[in-house]
Design a protein around this ligand. Structure first.
Ligand SMILES: Cc1ncc(C[n+]2csc(CCOP(=O)(O)OP(=O)(O)O)c2C)c(N)n1
Ligand SMILES: CC(=O)[C@@H](O)[C@H](O)COP(=O)(O)O
Ligand SMILES: [Mg+2]
Length: 640
């Protein structure tokens, strides 16, 4: 449904890309303008990833116009730029539900539409997935096109090169569109970024006919003939000795990604070429066509709701410092005392708070690009030389570097510090970004220490603990968003490794919490006490090593023991159960143990608190779990 205040007469007539393909090319400029207006309007009410989508409006129109989607497979890397694509592919009526509960995902998602042939949200997967589709097509004798659109930031990840290395040798017909806006979330870093900049400055929009002729000779005959005919093709077409060619790709570009007169003929030529793989280098502007976005340092990568006229975002007043900031500031405080401390981020300086550290310690800060695997092994290398690397990575993105954590860090027992931001549920970004698994995937590793902060003051102490701990790898996790508003310590004090704390003493029920559910555990305890059930609440602090003494005492002295964590099955609750089983604490048969964990499903986006409530990880859910453990008879007595 179109917004009542917007004038989008042409867009209103388009239900699917088939409708778009009926239009004359002369109307596509208007479609693009209306699509941009609609994208801005929708994101102003939902919040989300705006700048990337605005930069690919023309590209989106051109791709759906030239290619026969969904028969031709169009894959968007990360998927955060796919809002205009969603609008054009039958989802306009739901576009104002983006990232909301029961609404459209903020990324591409196979279950959502046949126009999303591959789901994404983590970067740099598109070329691999596209090559897989192309090869499957070849095996079936199919003829459809496969197009992967990947950003310059996403091009910094190893996976993109693994895929190009494979594609260049396979000669399968695959089209890669490199969407080069000279931006990642932050300004891009690395040699690849400089290389792309050189390609652009060397050849951008030269549009010289001779150049095109000269270059077209390198291309297969079909394209060459067409190139000779098409005047437009001569503009913005440049190649010669690029790294992509060395890897076995035909390279086309750089071309102006906002100029439909350039995009359309080139994409048609590429479509009709019988060769592969081809890389089309498209230059765009992040935030294009919306002044507040174009002018912003982050090009409006991710925004909350905003006023379309002014671009002003509706930032809620903070009640407590954000965990990310607490981490950044605590690390700075530690680094002032210890010049061996360094910080590593994989293209997320602002998201992780490493930008704060970088302002004070620029030479001790390393943004390695979207390259989590490399970030971990790079940190391991620094650790071998006596440095104290803090590798600050979102829980979900560390998944990508698992073997590096095991093989390069844990087996060698190197003191790399993992600061795991976005632990637990993150809300609008949904299941791809939930930090659900790190307790399970780190806690099973020999040598690893795993901590979870219950509040922002605990986080300060955990940063100090990690700074002081040199015996091996250590990780600490904390969630997205604000702390709980506790008093902050002047300085972090290292915690005793493997020791939890009792926050409230009781006698019948024990609530053993790991992480920021502690507040809900305390609320649950209040309710249980009100019903005459004396309740102990403990903060485990460590998932590994466990505080065995504390846990065995809780098991011995209480009738019910409930573990609570913002993590998946196989994590803290499982470790506690294993300990209790191995130590015979379950043998006497009177102890009732229950674990509360995230459900064994991928929860769609919603407000984190609602998601936790659904998972039974709020105070009410904890109380319910206690009564389930007590059984019907006891529950009846308590309630009577
Ligand atoms: C594996 C992984 N690491 C980090 C991120 C966070 N992230 C999302 S988009 C983005 C920048 C992508 O830059 P680019 O590919 O150039 O796309 P642009 O936003 O510029 O269009 C980053 C770092 C991610 N999604 N996946
Ligand atoms: C697309 C992507 O991966 C990031 O932009 C992510 O959405 C950022 O999340 P935060 O807002 O939690 O930093
Ligand atoms: Mg980019």
């Amino acid at each position: 449904m179109a917004s009542k205040t917007l004038s989008t007469p042409l867009l209103d007539t388009l239900k699917t890309p088939d409708d778009l393909r009926q239009l004359p090319e002369s109307q596509l400029r208007q479609v693009a303008d209306e699509l941009r207006t609609e994208t801005i309007s929708a994101v102003s009410v939902t919040g989300g990833h705006l700048g990337a989508g605005l930069g690919v409006v023309e590209l989106t129109v051109a791709l759906h116009y030239v290619f026969d989607t969904p028969r031709d497979r169009l894959i968007w890397d990360v998927g955060h730029q796919a809002y205009p694509h969603k609008i054009l592919t039958g989802r306009r009526d739901r576009i104002r539900t983006l990232r909301q509960a029961d609404g459209l995902s903020g990324f591409t998602k196979r279950q959502e539409s046949e126009y999303d042939p591959f789901g994404a949200a983590h970067s740099s997967t598109s070329i691999s997935a596209g090559l897989g589709m192309a090869v499957a097509r070849d095996l079936e004798g199919g003829k459809n096109n496969v197009i992967a659109v990947i950003g310059d930031g996403a091009m910094s990840a190893g996976m993109a090169y693994e895929a190009m290395n494979n594609a260049g040798a396979m000669h399968s017909r695959l089209i890669v569109i490199l969407n080069d806006n000279d931006m990642s979330i932050a300004p891009p870093t690395g040699a690849m970024s400089s290389y792309l900049a050189r390609l652009v400055s060397g050849g951008a929009y030269r549009g010289l006919r001779e150049t095109a002729k000269q270059l077209a000779r390198k291309l297969p005959k079909f394209i060459y003939e067409k190139a000779q005919r098409a005047e437009e093709f001569a503009r913005g077409f440049w190649t010669g000795g690029t790294m992509f060619e060395e890897l076995g790709f035909y390279y086309v570009g750089p071309i102006d990604g906002h100029n439909l007169d350039h995009l359309l003929p080139i994409l048609k030529n590429v479509r009709d070429s019988e060769t592969g793989p081809i890389l089309v280098h498209v230059v765009t502007k992040k935030g294009k066509g919306y002044a507040p976005a174009e002018e912003a340092a982050d090009k409006y990568h991710g925004v909350v709701t905003f006023d379309v006229v002014t671009g002003a975002q509706t930032k809620a007043k903070a009640n407590a410092p954000a965990y990310t900031r607490v981490f950044g500031e605590s690390l700075i405080a530690e680094a002032r005392r210890d010049d061996k401390i360094v910080a590593v981020t994989a293209a997320m300086p602002t998201g992780t708070g490493v930008d704060l550290f970088g302002k004070e310690f620029p030479t001790r800060t390393f943004d390695v690009g979207i390259a989590e695997q490399h970030a971990v092994t790079f940190a391991a290398g620094m650790a071998t030389e006596g440095y104290k690397p803090f590798c600050a990575i979102y829980s979900t993105f560390l998944q990508r570097a698992y073997d590096q954590v095991v093989h390069d860090v844990a087996i060698q027992n190197l003191p790399v510090r993992f600061a795991l931001d976005r632990a637990g549920l993150v809300g609008a970004d949904g299941p791809t970004h939930a930090g659900s698994f790190d307790i399970a995937y780190l806690g099973c590793l020999p040598n690893m220490v795993v901590m979870a902060a219950a509040d922002e003051a605990e986080l300060v102490h955990m940063v100090a603990t990690a700074a002081a701990y040199d015996a091996g790898p250590i990780a600490f996790r904390y969630p997205r968003g604000e702390g709980v508003g506790v008093d902050m310590p002047e300085q972090g004090v290292p915690l005793a490794i493997g020791k939890g704390r009792v926050v409230k003493e009781g006698s019948r029920i024990a609530l053993l919490s790991l992480g920021t559910r502690l507040g809900e555990a305390l609320k649950a305890a209040e309710e249980l006490e009100a019903r005459g059930l004396s309740t102990t609440v403990a903060d485990a602090r460590f998932a590994k090593p466990l505080d065995e003494e504390l846990i065995l005492r809780l098991a011995r002295d209480h009738e019910v023991l409930i573990t609570i964590e913002e993590g998946s099955v196989g994590g803290f609750g499982s470790y506690v159960l294993q300990l209790l089983a191995d130590k015979g604490a379950l043998d006497r048969g009177t102890l009732k143990v229950r674990s509360t964990v995230l459900p064994d499903t991928y929860q769609d986006q919603d407000k984190p608190e609602r998601m936790y409530a659904k998972a039974g990880l709020d105070a009410a859910g904890i109380v319910t779990r206690v009564f389930e453990a007590l059984g019907k008879e006891e529950t009846r007595k308590v309630r009577a």
